[in-house]
Write a protein that binds this ligand. Sequence first.
Ligand code: SIN
Length: 295
Amino acid sequence: MAHFTVTPLGDALGAEISGVDLSAPLAADVIDRIKQAWADHLVLRFRGRILTDPQLLAFTRHFGELDPPGPNPYGKPFLSEFPEINVISNIKKDGVPMGNLGDGEAVWHCDMTYIESPPRGALLHALQIPPEGGDTFWSNMYLAWDALPDAMKMQIDGKRAIHDATYNSAGMMRKGMQEVTDPRKAPGAHHPLVIRHPETQRPALFLGRRRNSYIVGMDLDASNALLDTLWAHATQPAFTFRQVWQEGDLIMWDNRCTLHRRDSFDPSASRLMHRTQIKGGKVAPYEPAKLTVAS
Ligand code: SIN
């Protein structure tokens, strides 16, 4: 039996795992328990040890196939030796950014939902953090769905939304994209607004990112009004967990049932995170009717 502790980090989501050395090979029962804790808590934190890049990659592989980072605004991997690792940083070397997202706010989003098969999850490892600011927040999309009034559940069930590919969460245009003037024509995958989580089978709101989103088939103003309501609901503090980073923290999150965002921080401070991603699959609609068992 794997011996480590799982301590919830709040009422909504998140738990800290202590007593596991991520730099060493891990036994199958330890991985199985971590997977169970991940399904139960959506966001897991491991504290207190800086991992090497190969250690971070090895740990990530326990949870699925590595998913290379999406295209960054500079058009090539930040770490040529480890192209599967994304760098999130505001640091510049000889005037050249070492990583993505800079020092500004990164708005609420899930990762790469502009593609048909978005990643199942991601891991973010803090190597250098600013004295203050740059906190990251996650919100629980199972709770957001559960707490919606029935009338709104019925209104959105079966509907799909466009997940725009144009901008990243820091507001930078992705390479090769063009300004979107009509969200109805935004490039990006169309996903159900409420999905069935492939492992837990629980329904979750699946919003992606607000900018240029559009609920397919609706009048544009009505779509915007409904999306604004859903986003305000989904990101309310009661559904969230706030991560105040320490160096060595490693956070892994489930990308199908959470949203995340990051606070800005002092541009003269340095923040350096290494990030990996796990391949996912096409998300499936909730379809509660399918729950009915034929007699
Ligand atoms: C991200 O959105 O993946 C980065 C979050 C952060 O910088 O804390």
